[in-house]
Design a protein around this ligand. Sequence first.
Ligand code: FES
Length: 174
Amino acid sequence: MIRSRPDPATLGRRQALRAAFAAAAAIAVTQLAAAVPAYLRVNRIEGLGALVPVGSRDDILAAFARTNDRPILNIAGRFWLLRAPGGIVAAYRKCTHLGCAVPFNDAEDRFHCPCHQSVYDKHTAVVVSGPAPKPLQLFHIKDDASGLIVDTNPLNVIDRTDNRWDSAHLEIRT
Ligand code: FES
């Protein structure tokens, strides 16, 4: 049997199509490679996870003095600043029972979780009553030239497994 030879014109079209397809694939890969790093780069973190400036220690202490040590809410950072014994702490606002946002109850003068009625002390955030298994977690705080900075990284909290105040957890002493 004699095999017919491909028509030179057909051969040329195939090669041209292959070359065009390879060029399109190369362009697509190049564009994808250029786009991926932009998605992976973290430009700015706000709120939970960020370093949150909260002002000078003197201003914070003055606010506590004016309000009978009412905790100061930072909504974006999801924490409360507390007038702890001998210093200032930042308590993560997340209930240690099932994670509800814990409000401060002015009538009771303590934190009272509306979900299942856990109650936390206003100075230390240790559990007073309810199903919560441990105190509110604490965020790390540092004091620099601009004032106090709260690190709201939820993967780097101070987790107090004993339900008692321990001054060893104080990072800002007054
Ligand atoms: S989530 Fe707060 S008491 Fe259950």
